[in-house]
Write a protein that binds this ligand. Structure first.
Ligand SMILES: [Fe+2]
Ligand SMILES: [Fe+2]
Length: 215
């Protein structure tokens, strides 16, 4: 199996892509504003924030914190600092996204004067979370590919596979249903989010990263 193609790594990268699409769609929608449909508009933003709050906390961060990070830290003690930072960000991010939910409510209930506060905080949060994922993909995953051995990957891939839904979906179907709902409510914003992609995943960057990994 190529060093970058383990099911556990693929799952993390796919979840990053999904989260990035929703994060960017949130900003796209915030910039557009409610127009003449404030009720549906705020419902959609709320669904996006709920997804961004719930999905990483329950589905994504535990896999990183409990399974992947400890193995990397054991084999590469000099990564302890960056892993410590990422762990703190998992905790801080949860508080941030809840503060964002409060700011959205303030805009919805108190009106236009509170809009700039939400948009500004949302932009800051999206930048923060994109940088968090970039650090994981650009700094930590290549180290994992370089240092983890077949036994580590066997354990990781088995643990990730154990989280597979019995019906064949690779994550809790409730989150997929929520994602579909968001896509139906804000198709243009989500398409823009998907298209924006992840800046560090250019073909050149991917090739350079793969080239630096041991076969
Ligand atoms: Fe993370
Ligand atoms: Fe992550």
């Amino acid at each position: 199996m190529p060093p970058t193609d383990h099911p556990s790594l693929r799952a993390i990268r796919e979840e990053h892509a999904t989260l990035a699409a929703v994060l960017r769609a949130l900003l796209h929608l915030a910039d557009e504003g409610p127009g003449d449909r404030p009720e549906g508009y705020f419902d959609t933003l709320r669904a996006m924030l709920f997804y961004i709050d719930e999905f990483p906390e329950r589905q994504h961060h535990p896999k990183e914190s409990d399974l992947l990070f400890p193995r990397i830290a054991r084999l590469a003690p000099d990564t302890m600092e960056v892993i410590g930072q990422l762990e703190r960000e998992h905790i801080d991010g949860e508080a941030e996204v809840r503060a964002l939910q409060h700011r959205l409510l303030a805009w919805e209930l108190l009106g236009e004067p509170r809009r700039a506060d939400f948009v500004h905080a949302a932009r800051r949060y999206v930048e923060f979370y994109l940088e968090h994922m970039r650090l994981e993909e650009v700094v930590l995953l290549p180290i994992a590919c370089e240092l983890l051995g077949p036994q580590d990957w066997a354990v990781l891939d088995a643990a990730f596979a154990a989280q597979v839904d019995p019906l064949g979906a690779d994550r809790d179907p409730a989150y997929d249903r929520l994602f579909t709902r968001i896509a139906q409510r804000a198709p243009k914003a989500l398409a823009a989010g998907v298209q924006a992609g992840l800046a560090w995943r250019t073909p050149a960057a991917e090739a350079a990263s793969a080239g630096s990994m041991k076969p």
